[in-house]
Ligand binder design. Structure first.
Ligand code: GDP
Ligand code: MN
Length: 398
């Protein structure tokens, strides 16, 4: 789960990372009011969206007075900001963060990631701040400092000092840099983050080490341990299909194709998507309905898949081990009666009680296309979608 910059800054500052003075606003008037309250001469108005690259896309504006702040906000609120990280549809701006502008001497890149190869938290830093890490690694790969943290002892001060030294931090600021590194590391570890990125971390004209930007991502599977982090979720920044699925306890990832998939088990869902591609189609989603596929759950899954306008056929692929095919078949029949499904539906059942399941589908009188093998199911889905004759489908018996 991603959170906003202003939230990440608050989290990190609780761990000792220094941040500029700032305040959140939900309207242009509030932004101007907040700036006045904060004091100072110049402010930065920053669009709060779950993506970076805002600076280049017009989502970060330097302002010198009330009018400029209001004008900057008018241009942001309610709009979609498209950056190189958002995809072409962009992300809606509903909150802005107003910050006291600071004089920048140096910009540094600082990131903490989960390194799967070493199975450790890895610190990635570069003296070339302000640039995206992808560009730094393409253009100035030698400037990147990498350091993995031994989990049994945590990040030690000498290790943090070594990083500061490699970044060319002047001796008077080493202690501040160590505090920043320690703060980020502890926030990452204690809150089950998967990523912390400060780009840029700046050395100010008055010799402070400040996080000017902050990004944090958390492990969704560990959120139950951190209710204060779960609360920071902002659904306006998520794919609406995925947030609806998460609310219903279904595991869903929206894709660009047009064959909707309802599958039990993540591995089978992946195999189903691969097979659809092999048969010449494109899956519209990944959807794992889990082990106990009750009729209600199957109906929920149908509703979710059908809410995607691109879906032109639905493939239900169930391997019943703990599940029972007859139960799933009843769920499918019930779902098709409750949910308006005006596209071809292909069902492949295998495993426990498969014969009973097939009988239920056949007796239902619904135009369900049945298949025995996964390949057959994928091929029938692709041809049903291509022939686009959902209104006069015949029940194919297997
Ligand atoms: P991003 O483009 O989404 O990564 O947004 P950032 O928060 O990184 O802002 C983009 C750029 O705006 C930064 O790299 C800085 O160069 C600049 N910037 C942000 N805050 C300040 C500030 O307080 N003072 C100055 N001078 N520049 C700032
Ligand atoms: Mn940034």
């Amino acid at each position: 789960m991603d959170i906003h910059e202003y939230q990440a800054k608050e989290v990190l500052s609780n761990f000792g990372v220094e941040i500029p003075a700032g305040a959140l606003a939900y309207s242009p008037e509030q932004a101007a009011y907040r700036a006045r309250e904060m004091g100072g001469e110049k402010w930065i108005v920053k669009a709060q969206i779950h993506a970076g690259g805002r600076g280049k896309a017009g989502g970060v504006k330097l302002c010198a007075d009330d009018q400029e702040i209001q004008a900057a906000c008018e241009a942001m609120f309610g709009r979609k900001l498209v950056t190189h990280q958002t995809g072409p549809e962009g992300k809606g701006i509903y909150r802005v963060y107003v910050e006291a502008a600071v004089p920048i001497d140096r910009e540094i890149y600082l990131g903490f990631v989960l390194d799967r190869t070493s199975q450790r938290i890895m610190i990635v830093a570069s003296a070339e701040g302000g640039m995206e890490i992808e560009d730094i690694s393409a253009e100035k790969p030698d400037s990147i400092v990498r350091s993995t943290v031994e989990p049994a002892v945590g990040l030690r001060d000498f290790q943090a000092r070594e990083i500061a030294f490699k970044l060319g931090i002047e001796p008077g600021l080493t202690q501040s840099m160590v505090r920043t590194l320690q703060g980020c590391y502890r926030a990452f570890r204690d809150l089950d983050a998967t990523m912390v990125e400060i780009n840029p971390l700046v050395i100010t004209g008055d010799n402070r080490v400040l996080a000017l930007d902050a990004k944090m991502t958390f492990d969704g599977n560990a959120l139950f341990r951190h209710p204060q982090i779960s609360e920071l979720r902002d659904k306006s920044q998520e794919d609406p299909r995925e947030s609806r699925a998460a609310d219903r306890g279904l595991s869903y990832v929206g894709l660009d194709g047009n064959i909707g998939c309802i599958v039990n088990g993540a591995g089978l869902a992946m195999a189903t998507m691969d097979t659809i591609k092999l048969a010449g189609g494109e899956p519209a989603n990944f959807l794992d309905i889990g082990g106990g596929a009750t009729p209600e759950r199957v109906a929920k899954a149908f509703r979710l898949v059908m809410s995607d306008k691109n879906v032109q056929a639905v493939l239900v692929n169930i391997f019943a081990g703990i599940n029972r095919c007859d139960w799933v078949a009843e769920g499918v029949v019930q779902a098709l009666k409750e949910v308006q499904v005006d596209v071809p539906v292909i069902v492949r059942l295998a495993g426990t009680n498969v014969e009973e399941g097939q009988k239920i589908l056949a007796k239902s009188g619904l135009p369900i296309i049945r298949a025995t093998t996964l390949m057959e199911a994928a091929e029938r889905s692709v041809s049903a979608w291509k022939s686009d004759n959902s209104l006069n489908l015949k029940v194919i018996s297997s």
